[in-house]
Design a protein around this ligand. Sequence first.
Ligand code: 9RB
Ligand code: ZN
Length: 373
Amino acid sequence: MTTGYVWHERYAWHDTGTHAGLLPAGGPLQPYHNFESPESKSRFAGLVEVSGLLDHLLRVRARPATETDILRVHTAQHLERIKAGSAAGGGDAGDGASPFGAGSYEIALLAAGGTIAATEAVLTGQADNAYALVRPPGHHAVREHGMGYCIFANIAVAIEWARATQGVERVAVVDYDVHHGNGTQSIYDDDPDVLTISLHQDRLFPQNSGSLEDRGTGTALNIPLPAGCGNGAYTEAVRRVVVPALHGFQPDIIMVASGFDASANDPLGRMTVTAAGYRTITGHLVQAAQDLCSGRLVMSHEGGYSAVYTPFCGLAVLEALSGHSTGVGDPFSGTWDASPQHDLTPWQNEVIQAAEVLATRLRLRQPKPASAR
Ligand code: 9RB
Ligand code: ZN
């Protein structure tokens, strides 16, 4: 299997400023860094190289998205505001929680464009699947503004590029970041050709979206898992809800919002997924892509704030995508894999059961017959 891989050092230069985690520093808050700092992502990129996996991946060059690419998804006002703010030394992308620095406009274009480049590698057959390790993330950004650390909706920009230039028609988005993929969902709320599936911690962020009842006009599927879910709940939800929904939808390509903030060591999420869990989830997605769309699967990096653990979760995902094992494994597995928190509980199962029902009731345009695809 050939797996495309995007990383650009410039992604680490996106400056989210001096914070104390989520909050601006000051008063009683000693300056620290923003949770959304370059560390977890650049250390992931470092491990991809040091583990030797890089030698088994196809390096895909990141390129900036064009204004045309961005404007297929976002308003001109949003683009102009980010461009001007970035040129003036920095600002906030929209919600008071998405700070950016000088030059972040160009870096955000490179993040959206990196996701386009990964998608292009897969659609042109250079790669079977691909991983875009980009920053800033994208899944909270709505058409009119940024949100939750996101500036532009990287995956939506890549989807619209693929639909406008590559003849792609039906796209499924699977979002396993611990936060609700509200931005991607809102962009496709009434589009029967794009299915958005989000697994997330119930009412974490944004606090009032992503409930089971939140279904857009029928093309969104939300699986709001209670805090405390581990590998059991996540892999069951993917196997019993996500995979059947994908089979019902029959996408031309599967896009994945790959955040590692549901991991056992994350400061923002309250879940306990381990590298083994991410490996299993990825295995299910790779299999679904093989069954449905010639293996076409593109992942774009979102959250994940444990600087020490995110790299190993990411490596597990890349190994599962490429089919190559580095032998590095998960040095932390002894700490977390034996935890009873991985067992599926009745209250977790209840949510998954409810979502299983919803997966059979999506309002989707009939797929074209296989002979016409
Ligand atoms: C807002 C605040 C947040 C909370 C969570 C995230 C996670 C993003 C992510 C981002 C920002 C505060 C809106 C604090 O990882 N997504 O995948 N910020 N929340 N103050 N205010 C006004
Ligand atoms: Zn997140």
